[in-house]
Design a protein around this ligand. Structure first.
Ligand code: HPA
Ligand code: ZN
Length: 353
């Protein structure tokens, strides 16, 4: 079987299901928006995420590695929340999402489900209306001018209060028709899925589709995965790689045909794409894997086609396997059945030709 080549990757019709719009802020775009809004950001915000390279050692090595991973993840999120302070006006949100969708066009991503973090904006005085109207305009422009289709996933920042999350769902009511689903992101440590049981029940009753992050190698990762299916009733899991540590969980996920939006990203200083070995195991176990860029403005892995080359090499993924990841994404997309089938047909047609 042939390993997917760069040409094959470039031409493959693609979908992305795990992308934080605030995580697409590149240094250049941040500079532009900071200048436009006359904001003086510390130089720290313009730095790409650096890996410390400190290797954990000592007797309790496994625990040290986990704590190191969590510390690096929190460091990334600090930068991410610092960076999004450049966003103030509808035009900023419009330009942000349009720029990302332009990159989709270049990478032949035909469809993207895009997460956004309202609380991170409303808490600093930017209204839900500004966020929504800007994102809606950018999506509309991209659909009309570029032919790139997208949907929005509104995320609860899990490290904020349960009341704040409920307020966010209230605030979003006027734009309900423009939001496909509810997600759960930000710092997982100490904030289990069960904290948002009522929010997910409400969202489900209001017709939102449901997903949640189970970030990689967090404390209680497997417990959180069980909560996502048993308590929140999610239809997809963002990351979810620790599923492979529990036989019963693997079976439960397969029974539900759960889609996993994995992200084999890497940071400046990482020797190679992360998690690829475990993504291959998931795929070989028959779990429904998709491949996504998460926060391409911050990770050295960057945008989809840039990321896929090294990921394919590392995982030795064949053309058929890579195409299957995209078929999985289109099949699990929150789109009407006929649209999903049309996209899947395009992938199959591409592979056959
Ligand atoms: N994990 C959790 N929350 C996030 C992430 C992530 O990778 N990126 C942006 N918000
Ligand atoms: Zn994410």
């Amino acid at each position: 079987m042939t390993i997917a080549t760069p040409d094959f990757i470039a031409g493959l019709p693609k979908a992305e299901l795990h992308l934080h719009i605030e995580g697409t802020l590149t240094r250049d775009l941040k500079r532009k928006l900071a200048a436009r809004n006359k904001i003086d950001l510390g130089e720290k915000t313009f730095t790409a995420l650096e890996v410390s390279g400190t290797a954990a050692s000592g007797s309790n090595r496994a625990m040290d590695q986990q704590q190191l991973g969590i510390a690096q993840y929190k460091m990334f999120l600090d930068l991410y929340y610092e960076g999004l302070k450049v966003l103030h006006t509808e035009e900023d949100f419009r330009d942000l999402i349009f720029a990302y969708l332009e990159s989709c066009k270049a990478d032949n991503i035909l469809y993207s489900e895009i997460m956004f973090d309202p609380q991170a904006h409303t808490d600093r005085g930017v209204s839900m209306g500004v966020v929504m109207e800007g994102l809606i305009q950018g999506r509309k422009d991209a659909a009309e001018q570029l032919g790139v289709e997208s949907n929005l996933i509104m995320c609860i920042n899990r490290d904020r209060s349960a009341d704040s999350a409920m307020q966010m769902i209230d605030d979003a009511q006027p734009w309900r028709d423009h939001i496909a689903g509810l997600g759960l992101d930000s710092v997982e440590d100490g904030h289990p899925p069960v904290k948002f049981k009522d929010h997910y029940a409400r969202a489900k009753s209001e017709g939102y589709r449901l997903t949640a992050h189970c970030d990689v190698d967090m404390v209680d990762a497997v417990k959180h995965l069980w909560q996502c299916i048993d308590v929140l009733g999610v239809e997809r899991v963002d990351h979810g790689i620790n599923t492979i540590e529990d036989e019963r969980l693997i079976a439960a996920m397969k029974e539900r045909e759960m889609c996993f939006t994995t992200c084999p990203t890497w940071r400046t200083g990482d020797p190679k794409p992360r998690r690829v070995d475990r993504i291959r195991i998931m795929h070989e176990l028959g779990l429904k894997v998709t491949i996504n860029t998460d926060d391409p403005g911050y990770f050295a892995s960057g945008l989809m086609n840039h990321m896929l080359g090294p990921v394919v090499t590392e995982g030795q993924f064949t053309k058929d396997e890579l195409a299957q990841f995209m078929i999985n994404a289109f099949e699990s997309a929150w789109l009407p059945k006929e649209t999903r089938e049309r996209y899947v047909g395009m992938v199959r047609g591409y592979v056959a030709s």
